[in-house]
Design a protein around this ligand. Structure first.
Ligand code: FAD
Length: 342
C-alpha cells in the first residue's frame, strides 16, 4: 500500500491497556505503532482522574493515576514503540490479503498485519456548548481549542469554562483580544488558584469581564454568530455580544468510528473470545474497556491480562508456523536482551 506506514502491529488507543500492550508485544519481539486522538498518552487515567489514587493495581498498594501511566510508559520504553498522537483512527479496512489499512484524522495511513484496539470508552471529544444550533458555528465562530491564536486577537471574545484551559487562555487573550469575557457557571474554579486570582485582578482593573452564568442560546443575525445569551446565577438573562466564543468544558469519550468498522459488537463494546481476545475479524484484537465477553469487568488489571494473552495471539497470527513458548522475564536471556537488561 503506497504511502502507508508498514507495521506488524498497530495499537489503537494509548490508555493504560494500550501502553501495557506495547510491553507485552515487545517481550515477544514485536514492535508496535500506537495511535491516540489525545495529544498525550494515558486515556481515562490522565484525562479524567490524573490526581486520584488507584488502590487495586497488583503489588502497588496505592498509585496515582498519572503515576501509573508514567510507570507504564517507563516499562514500555525499551520496546521503542512509535507514538502517533493527536489523531483519531477514522477508518479500518480489511484488505483482500487479510491485512489491514488504517487511516487517521491527520491522514496518516498504516498498512498493518495485526491491529489491537484498546480504545476504552472511545476517543475523547470536546464537550459542546449546550445551545441549540451550535454545530453550525463550530470551528468558525465557536471553538473548542486554539489552533492559531492570531485568529482571536483584536476580537470580542467569550470564553466558557472554569478549568485550567479556560483560565490560561483568558489570561493570554486579556489585552490581546478587543475584549474578553469569561463565563463560568459557579464561583468555584478547577484551575490553578494563582490563575484565578490573576483573572480577578484583571477584572478589578477593568481589563476583562467575568460573568457567573450558564449559556442559554445563541445570538445570531442573518445566519451569523453574534454572541451568547446567558442565564446568570441570580436568574437574570444577559446578552453577551462577541465575535467568537472559546469553550473549554473538558473532554468526554465517544465510541465514534470504532462502531463502524464491521466488528461484532454487544451494545457499545467489541465482542472478543477469552483465549486470544480476538474480535469477529481474525487479526483484529481488542483489549481493555472497549471489549466484552462473559464476565467482563472494566478494570485496568483485567486489561493487563487481556493484553498479555492478545500478544501471544498476535505473535501466532504473524507467524503461524512458529510455536511461541512461555518464557519468564526472570530467566529468559532473549527477553532480557529485548528489555535491555542483559
Ligand atoms: P482508556 O483509558 O479509555 O483509553 C482509551 C484511549 O483510546 C483513549 O486515550 C482514547 O482517546 C483512545 N481512542 C479511542 N478511540 C480511538 C480512535 N478511534 N482513534 C484514536 N484513539 C482512540 N479502574 C481500575 O482498575 N481501578 C480504579 O481504581 C479505577 N478508578 C477509576 C476512576 C475513574 C474516575 C474512572 C473514570 C475510571 C476508573 N477506572 C479504574 C477505570 C479505568 O480507568 C479503565 O478501566 C481504564 O482506563 C481502561 O483503559 P483502556 O486503555 O482500555 O481505555
Amino acid at each position: 500500500v503506497a504511502g502507508a506506514i508498514q507495521a506488524d502491529a498497530v495499537i489503537v488507543g494509548a490508555g493504560p491497556c494500550g501502553l501495557f500492550q506495547i510491553f507485552e508485544l515487545g517481550l515477544l519481539g514485536i514492535r508496535a505503532h500506537i495511535i491516540d486522538s489525545l495529544q498525550h498518552p494515558g486515556g481515562q487515567c490522565s484525562e479524567l482522574y490524573p490526581e486520584k489514587p488507584i488502590y487495586d493495581i497488583p503489588a502497588l498498594p496505592v498509585c496515582g493515576a498519572q503515576e501509573l501511566v508514567d510507570r507504564l510508559l517507563q516499562q514500555a520504553k525499551p520496546f521503542n514503540a512509535q507514538f502517533h498522537m493527536g489523531q483519531e483512527v477514522t477508518e479500518l479496512k480489511v484488505l483482500p490479503d487479510h491485512t489491514f489499512l488504517l487511516r487517521t484524522s491527520l491522514d496518516t495511513r498504516f498498512h498493518a498485519k495485526t491491529v489491537i484496539i484498546a480504545g476504552g470508552l472511545g476517543s475523547f471529544q470536546p464537550r459542546r456548548l449546550g445551545c441549540e444550533g451550535v454545530e453550525a458555528f463550530e470551528n468558525t465562530s465557536i471553538h473548542y481549542k486554539v489552533k492559531n491564536s492570531a485568529e482571536f486577537t483584536g476580537k470580542h471574545l467569550l470564553i466558557f469554562g472554569g478549568g485550567d484551559s479556560a483560565l490560561d487562555w483568558t489570561l493570554e487573550f486579556a489585552g490581546k483580544a478587543r475584549s474578553v469575557t469569561l463565563v463560568h457557571r459557579r464561583p468555584e474554579f478547577r484551575a490553578a488558584p494563582a490563575s484565578v486570582a490573576k483573572m480577578h485582578d484583571l477584572v478589578s482593573s477593568g481589563s476583562m469581564r467575568y460573568v457567573e452564568a450558564i449559556a442559554q442560546s445563541l445570538i445570531t443575525e442573518g445566519g451569523e454568530f453574534k454572541g451568547v445569551r446567558v442565564k446568570k446565577s441570580d436568574g437574570a438573562i444577559d446578552e453577551l455580544h462577541a465575535d467568537k466564543a472559546l469553550v473549554f468544558f473538558g473532554l468526554h469519550p465517544k465510541l465514534g468510528p470504532i462502531a463502524e468498522w464491521g466488528l461484532g459488537l454487544d451494545k457499545r463494546a467489541i465482542l472478543v473470545d477469552t483465549e486470544k481476545f480476538q474480535t469477529s475479524v481474525p487479526g483484529i484484537f481488542a483489549v481493555g474497556d472497549i471489549n466484552t465477553y462473559p464476565g467482563k469487568k472494566k478494570l485496568i488489571l483485567s486489561g493487563f491480562h487481556e493484553a498479555a494473552l492478545a500478544a501471544f495471539a498476535v505473535a501466532a497470527h504473524l507467524n503461524p508456523a512458529k510455536k511461541i513458548p512461555l518464557q519468564y522475564t526472570t530467566t529468559s536471556p532473549i527477553m532480557q536482551k529485548r528489555l535491555g537488561v542483559a
